[in-house]
Design a protein around this ligand. Sequence first.
Ligand code: HEC
Ligand code: HEC
Length: 155
Amino acid sequence: MKKKILPWLTMIVSVVILLPSCESDENEGNEEMVSSYNETESHKMGQNCMSCHKSGGEGEGWFNLAGTVYEDNKSTTYPNATVKIYDEPNGVGSLIGTIEVDGLGNFYTTNNIDFGNGLYVSVSGDTETIFMIAPVTSGQCNSCHGVSTDKIWTR
Ligand code: HEC
Ligand code: HEC
């Protein structure tokens, strides 16, 4: 009897030992990535970044908020703008986060953002800060902007 139980025991023990390494494999492809001024490592301006930069997607890093800023002509991208996130509309309330737009006009972050019932965003250029009036519950900015509404713009 004892001799039959032993192989099973070794199997169970090895499964338990292997499990933690399987878990870290699932996170492969996600790494911390946050845009910063003047950087030119991003690409695909105007596209919905999270169609690829998501769990199981082909893009490196799973973004929680990303998009592209344009000039008011809505065709030239606006480099080095600043995206701010607040918990109340029009820049009142607490500042929850600031994301630097890169040198190509793209912004992205893998940092965790709790959208809850909605957060409020603004985009500042050199001379103006433009607010989105409605709350955002999704960080996939380019899933609406350039699709169902104007591209994100500032001046
Ligand atoms: C069609 C799929 C796809 C879309 C859409 C996409 N990406 Fe990527 N992205 C990738 C892949 C694949 C890589 C890794 C290989 C490479 O660098 O091209 C990558 C890499 C990157 C990198 C890292 C480059 C490096 O050198 O480490 C950044 C930054 C990035 N993407 C930003 C963005 C931003 C911002 C958007 C949206 C404006 C976006 N991506 C849209 C697929 C995509
Ligand atoms: C569900 C669709 C949707 C998503 C997602 C979305 N927006 Fe908007 N956004 C709109 C609409 C519609 C308007 C125009 C009405 C308003 O201001 O509420 C707008 C307006 C804006 C404006 C002011 C006008 C402009 O284009 O500059 C900014 C800035 C803006 N959004 C930034 C963002 C950012 C940054 C994100 C990602 C965190 C985002 N939006 C996500 C739909 C969306």
